[in-house]
Design a protein around this ligand. Structure first.
Ligand SMILES: CC(C)(COP(=O)(O)OP(=O)(O)OC[C@H]1O[C@@H](n2cnc3c(N)ncnc32)[C@H](O)[C@@H]1O)[C@@H](O)C(=O)NCCC(=O)NCCS
Ligand SMILES: Nc1ncnc2c1ncn2[C@@H]1O[C@H](COP(=O)(O)OP(=O)(O)OP(=O)(O)O)[C@@H](O)[C@H]1O
Length: 226
């Protein structure tokens, strides 16, 4: 099995790309979805957020007030780092569990949709290919302002909370250009899917695991004189 890291900038179009890959039959693990699971009322990260950020970031029904928490962390680097330190370990645990489930059910590869793939660097050593969804700075700003109903200043704050998109593009194995129509993006994703289907990278792990298995069997035979 091999892992594909899908990333981009905030509002650059990752969700559209990951939906197309999923429609084509790929297994996609979405870090934003996991980030929601780990802050469900009563969960470890939820408790820690209550301790460190207080009641002001919670709704009356006990759920996180995402709008309020977003306003705070995107305007303050220290608070953003604090939130990351409370949520990321839990997100990584869940992700590992999901990858393991896909591995034991025989999937050749899994796509990890992780907005902060390059920023945190934690998962990067384990991915074989990185895919960056790109668009122009103006499009990113405009799409973000429109989707999240933000002022230009708020939207710029969110964009600046991440590594510049141009830097991610330089480090990518594949770049999906989402500056045109969604149809043009879908066409590129179909090409990417074909390449992933043809990739032989999953044999690497199989080879390593088979070697470990054979060596272990050899050691057992030698030690126990079978
Ligand atoms: C701050 C929160 C409450 C805002 O929630 P909201 O529903 O408005 O946004 P959503 O979760 O859909 O995220 C939208 C996008 O914001 C960007 N983003 C989210 N968290 C961060 C962060 N800590 N640093 C930089 N960018 C971030 C990502 O591009 C993400 O795709 C939420 O994003 C959160 O809990 N973030 C911390 C967990 C995290 O790092 N998530 C990113 C995936 S690892
Ligand atoms: N090619 C496109 N043309 C026009 N609008 C687009 C295009 N691609 C995406 N959008 C719009 O831009 C916004 C951001 O796209 P999307 O939600 O896919 O980005 P994202 O990278 O997943 O964002 P986030 O980092 O916040 O999770 C959405 O409102 C989407 O409908």
């Amino acid at each position: 099995m091999f892992l594909v890291g899908l990333t981009g900038g905030i509002a650059s179009g990752k969700s559209s790309v990951s939906k197309t890959l999923s429609d084509l039959g790929c297994k996609v693990i979405d870090a934003d979805k996991l980030a929601r699971e780990v802050v469900a009322p009563g969960a470890t990260a939820w408790k820690k957020i209550r301790q460190h950020f207080g009641d002001e970031v919670f709704l009356e029904n006990g759920e996180i007030n995402r709008e309020k928490l977003g306003e705070i962390i995107f305007a303050d680097t220290q608070k953003r780092r604090l939130l990351n330190s409370l949520t990321h370990p839990e997100i990584h645990k869940l992700m590992l569990r999901k990858i393991f489930q896909l591995f034991i059910t025989g999937h050749a590869y899994a796509v990890l949709d992780i907005p902060l793939l390059f920023e945190t660097g934690k998962v990067l050593p384990y991915v074989t290919y990185t895919v960056v969804v790109n668009c122009s700075e103006d499009q990113q700003l405009e799409r973000l302002m429109k989707r999240n109903k933000l002022t230009e200043e708020e939207a710029r704050g969110r964009i600046e909370a991440q590594m510049p998109l141009a830097q991610k593009v330089k480090a990518a194995t594949y770049v999906v250009d989402n500056s045109g129509s969604l149809i043009s993006t879908e066409k590129q994703v179909r090409g990417l899917h074909r390449d992933l289907q043809r990739s032989k990278a999953h044999w690497r792990l199989r080879l390593v695991l088979s070697s470990v298995f054979i060596v272990s069997l050899g050691v057992i035979f030698l030690v126990f004189n079978y």
